[in-house]
Design a protein around this ligand. Structure first.
Ligand code: KG4
Ligand code: ZN
Length: 335
């Protein structure tokens, strides 16, 4: 297609991502992750992440260009995650993007990481119907957004008041001696367990807000484990995992569907690393079908942090005719 070639650069957390996109067409999506370097700390270490971005950036750009079969000089515009994210990590991507923009004399667009997680769905399912509600669930965020236009009109409806959903999975996995990142092993363990065996609390349930809270749930799981150990009872990891997971996905899907219904929206996008969760997908499908809402969930590879999502949003911003960012673009953590 004759649309502009957008290079997207992502470095907000532990993935160095570079993607090439034309409109809704995905040309390449290369990701270098430093997740293994953080595993022994049980979470992302900002300084380790920044250094890894610095080392991975140029090779990842090269690989993305090679994979797409294009040259650097073919790139029409550069989009980069301006925030939210880890300050030092973001700076590496923003600095690289500025350097490419300056060297190529092409416009630079600083874009929002959260909106990128929504825009990426267009690479898989085509143009996003307007308006849509988006539920973003990852190790770093738990947000509900009302998206009237990807480039110009995105409103935050709710957020976590403490831990992110993925962070809760990671912390509970640690309590259960499961490896990091904790989402996949809990997802697997939960399939063997009974989600009704233990009823853990639902954070901010029925409080009328679109906010979430997961730290009380994590504490409840910790108490359960301590109590069982103190009383010498056998610990059913699969039942605990299933009960914990049910609490998380019950609240996530309930609030997401409510947000759609309250705003008269018929389309829900779920994205972020936790969107890979099998129970979240199943319950969201069930509740969306019951409420007459079309559910869109990008494939897991696109749900986790990557450069293609930033390029996809960049393409929207360019198409909307918004002015480029200045070369003084600062990292920005607001929506
Ligand atoms: O989007 P992502 O790769 O990185 C950011 O945090 O931005 O998300 C990673 C998070 C981790 O907390 C991980 O435990 C969680 O996503 N995760 C899952 C699953 N796969 C990954 N959580 C629940 N179920 C899964 N199957
Ligand atoms: Zn993310």
């Amino acid at each position: 297609n004759g649309l502009p070639l957008i290079m997207g650069i992502e470095s907000s957390c532990d993935e160095t991502g570079v993607g090439l996109v034309r409109g809704c067409e995905l040309l390449s999506d290369e990701v270098a992750s430093s997740v293994e370097a953080h595993a022994r700390f049980g979470g992302v270490v900002p300084e380790v992440a920044s250094r890894a971005h610095l080392e991975a950036m140029t090779p990842t750009v090269r690989r993305a260009l090679d994979r797409a079969g294009v040259k650097l000089s073919d790139v029409d515009a550069i989009a980069v995650t301006a925030g939210p994210g880890l300050a030092g990590a973001l700076l590496v991507g923003v600095s690289a993007a500025k350097a490419y923009a300056l060297a190529l004399d092409k416009p630079l667009y600083g874009v929002n990481h959260l909106v990128g997680h929504v825009a990426v769905d267009q690479l898989e399912h085509g143009p996003l119907p307007k308006p849509a509600v988006a539920l973003l669930v990852s190790g770093g965020h738990t947000s509900l957004l009302l998206v009237r236009d990807l480039a110009t009109d995105v409103q935050a409806l709710g957020d976590t008041v403490d831990d992110a959903a993925g962070e809760a999975y990671d912390k509970v996995a640690r309590l259960l001696d499961l490896p990091y990142p904790g989402g996949p092993p809990i997802d697997r363990a939960a399939r063997e367990g009974d989600p009704e065996a233990i009823r853990f609390p639902r954070g901010k349930w029925g409080d009328g807000s679109y906010d979430f809270s997961f730290s009380g749930l994590k504490t409840a799981v910790a108490r359960w484990v301590e109590d069982a150990e103190r009383r010498g009872l056998p610990l059913s990891v699969s039942d605990i995992a299933a009960g914990f997971q049910e609490s998380v996905v019950d609240v996530l899907t309930r609030k997401a569907v409510d947000a759609c219904l309250d705003h008269g929206v018929r389309h829900l996008v779920i994205s972020g690393g936790v969107a890979a969760n099998s129970r979240l997908r199943a319950l969201a499908e069930e509740r969306c079908a019951a409420a007459g809402i079309e559910l869109r969930v990008p494939r897991p590879r696109l749900c986790t942090d990557n450069g293609a999502m930033i390029a996809a949003l960049g393409a929207e911003v360019v198409a909307a005719g918004l002015p480029p960012s200045s070369l003084n673009l600062a990292t920005d953590t607001s929506l």
